[in-house]
Design a protein around this ligand. Structure first.
Ligand code: ADP
Ligand code: MG
Length: 262
């Protein structure tokens, strides 16, 4: 049984330095962050403040230079199926059918079974993509491809989903639809999510907490709890909830201050 008291992911006093032949960049300094089971948080901050680096640490793709990254209380030592990572670009393989793209993660972790094709169909149906299983990525729109990427991320049944600007390449209408779909899917499946976005209104509309990062070196500047009425509305309607604009302006001020310090 999952212990509800232990955070899903936790960073304790984390520094991350990128070291190359002739230089070292301190990308993150003194990061402390704890995300509870079922929470959806957003990371916002100027370009280069370490958002992607933070997700890479949580995904086990890189190791901290100092401090600890804990998944369910245990140090992260490398990529694990418990953590799903979805990127801005969908990275679907053009030569594989949609269903084979969805099953990729299961295939790579040797977990394909007789039921897998059925699971893929169900996931596609849940994403509003019935009937696309045998098509190829070039036959789908950008928004549909991102939904396939989401189905692929969910297929391995991760507890924690890391979403790095997954909507930023989409047109506005598609983006709003996908925000609702992602939030609804994560809440229904009781997944924990961490979303990186450069769109502040999206951050407030989708998440339980908004974390503002500052740069050089990257660190947490401030944390904003999203009020209950906004949290409980689907993103599309959250933007019309009382208090939304006031919170937007408050965090905007914080973001501007963060950019000015560069
Ligand atoms: P963000 O996603 O917030 O835009 P990143 O996490 O990509 O920021 O980058 C944080 C900092 O680390 C930047 O200064 C960037 O140039 C540097 N950086 C990112 N990846 C590498 C890398 N592989 N090698 C060296 N420096 C890197
Ligand atoms: Mg990034």
């Amino acid at each position: 049984m999952i212990n509800r008291m232990v955070p899903v992911i936790q960073l304790k006093d984390v520094d991350l330095a990128y070291v190359t032949d002739h230089a070292a960049t301190l990308a993150l300094q003194d990061m402390n962050l704890s995300v509870e089971d079922g929470e959806l948080i957003s990371l916002v901050g100027p370009s280069g403040c370490g958002k992607t680096t933070l997700l890479s640490l949580m995904a086990g793709l890189i190791s901290p230079s100092r401090g600890l990254v804990l998944l369910h209380g245990k140090p992260v030592t490398g990529p694990t199926p418990e953590v799903g990572y979805m990127l801005q670009q969908d990275y679907l393989f053009p030569w594989r059918s949609i269903v084979d793209n969805v099953l990729l993660g299961l295939e790579l972790t040797n977990r394909l079974t007789k039921q897998s094709a059925e699971l893929a169909e169900e996931l596609l149906e849940g994403m509003g993509l019935s009937g696309t299983a045998q098509l190829y990525p070039h036959q789908l729109s950008g928004g549909m491809r991102q939904r396939v990427a989401l189905a692929r991320t969910l297929a391995t049944n991760p507890d924690l989903l890391l979403l790095d600007e997954p909507f930023s390449a989409l047109d506005y209408q598609t983006k709003l639809q996908l925000e609702d779909l992602v939030v609804d899917t994560l809440k229904q499946r009781r997944k924990t999510g961490i979303l990186v976005t450069h769109d502040l209104s999206e951050a407030i509309a989708v998440s339980d907490r908004v974390i503002v990062l500052g740069s050089k070196p990257g660190r947490i500047r401030s944390v904003f709890e999203v009020p209950k009425n906004i949290r409980e509305a689907l993103p599309f309607y959250a933007r019309e909830e009382p208090g939304f604009n006031a919170l937007f302006h408050e965090i905007w001020g914080e973001l501007e201050a963060s950019e000015r310090r560069e």
